[in-house]
Design a binder for this molecule. Structure first.
Ligand code: CLR
Length: 378
């Protein structure tokens, strides 16, 4: 039974980890967890999940009108959820604790051009804050004119035996139209519940509602439910696509499970289908990466975790963390501040405020990281 702990010897450390979680609020990523729950992947790699189906991303630009593009954005968004929230269970047997990125950590990658995609899709990720951890990213298919920019952080708490993760941050998708116009979509993020802790095999369920608000007025409202609701299945969602007030049309409702398929009642066909193959991001070989790039930076730690050599992993993790602390002390002594490389922080995101007003977003404003257009053109 994969849902059971593999080694009785790990029981003690897991139980004390669970005890330390009770009553916990704050930055979970900084907490020490038992070795068997550690993942060799840094959180800076996670934004790649947004594009593991690059043709769905590219196809947004092919929508003939506002409604078609709204549905294409929704289809792409729903199709990213399986990778974002269930892929660690598939590849490692359960959800794991990712490596906590250092300030300035980078992750670069791309998805190659194909006829279907019409262009290469590039990814630039930068860890823009360490306390609290904040990751900023930008994904672009310049040929198609589809660009996603966002950042994310998490607020975690413990309740009813589960970890509750509120995602802080948002993403903005811009689409350049052939007419020269630009459409924008504000994407908010679902809430997570990490269940299965008691059994030592954590997994994610999504809860509450997230929104995709288009500058054209179209709004997708996505409700998430686990076992026992809607269809009774886990990973269920119900998306309601609402036309702007000037369009006389009833809402379009799409239901299904985000890790498999959903149905479009208007056509009777699948709305989305992620039972097909995804495409992982292409990354430069480690020896060609610079020392701030995630897989090079964490290379020894990741190898240790993969091979069960936790002593080596812990030693190199301490080295990295000590170097970071020293860097911060040096900056404080010199009166300087760490400079971000690819993003500029702004306090209130004008696009978030403008589009958020249309559906009464909560909160009404959020900060943002503006891309500086200086990524490697890989
Ligand atoms: C990061 C942003 C991605 C979606 C995503 C998926 C999984 C989340 C991760 C985000 C943030 C960190 C996270 C992780 C699952 C577990 C991990 C909440 C939101 C925490 C820090 C580790 C918990 C430790 C238990 C597994 C014991 O787009």
């Amino acid at each position: 039974n994969p849902r059971k702990r593999k080694h009785a010897s790990q029981k003690g450390s897991w139980t004390s980890f669970l005890k330390s979680l009770a009553g916990f609020t704050g930055d979970l990523s900084a907490m020490t967890a038992p070795p068997f729950i550690l993942s060799p992947t840094s959180l800076t790699e996670f934004p790649a999940y947004w594009c593991e189906r690059p043709e769905l991303f590219a196809k947004i630009a092919d929508g003939k009108d506002e409604e078609e593009r709204t549905l294409a954005v929704l289809r792409w968004f729903i199709s990213t959820l399986k990778g974002q929230y269930t892929s660690r269970n598939e590849s490692m047997g359960s959800e794991k604790k990712p490596l906590n990125p250092v300030l300035g950590e980078l992750f670069y990658g791309y998805w190659p051009e194909t006829a279907e995609r019409g262009g290469k899709t590039t990814l630039v990720v930068e860890q823009v804050s360490h306390h609290p951890p904040i990751t900023a990213y930008r994904i672009a298919n310049e040929v198609k004119g589809v660009i996603l920019t966002g950042h994310n952080a998490q607020k975690t708490s413990f309740s009813g035996g589960s970890i509750i993760v509120k995602q802080v941050g948002h993403a903005i998708l811009t689409v350049k139209l052939p007419s020269g116009g630009i459409e924008e979509y504000l994407i908010t993020l679902p809430r997570l519940r990490i269940d299965g802790l008691w059994y030592g095999s954590p997994y994610i369920e999504l809860t509450d509602t997230s929104y995709i608000q288009s500058s054209t007025g179209w709004l997708s409202q996505i409700e998430y439910k686990g076992k026992g609701y809607f269809s009774g299945k886990s990973h269920s969602f119900k998306a309601t696509v609402l036309p702007p007030s000037h369009v006389r049309q009833s809402p379009h409702v799409i239901e299904g499970t985000w890790h498999t398929t959903s149905r479009d009642p208007r056509t009777g066909a699948n709305f989305h289908d992620v039972t097909t193959l995804k495409e992982e991001v292409t990354v430069a070989p480690i020896d060609e990466q610079n020392e701030w790039e995630s897989r090079r930076l964490w290379g020894i730690v990741a190898k240790g975790i993969r091979e069960g050599d936790f002593e080596t992993a812990a030693r190199d993790k301490s080295r990295i963390e000590n170097e970071q602390r020293q860097r911060r002390r040096d900056e404080a002594a010199a009166g300087t501040k760490w400079e971000l490389k690819h993003f500029k922080h702004i306090d209130n995101c004008p696009t978030y405020e403008r589009l958020g007003r249309l559906f009464n977003s909560n909160p009404p404003t959020e900060d943002a990281y503006v891309y500086l257009n200086n990524g490697p053109h890989n």
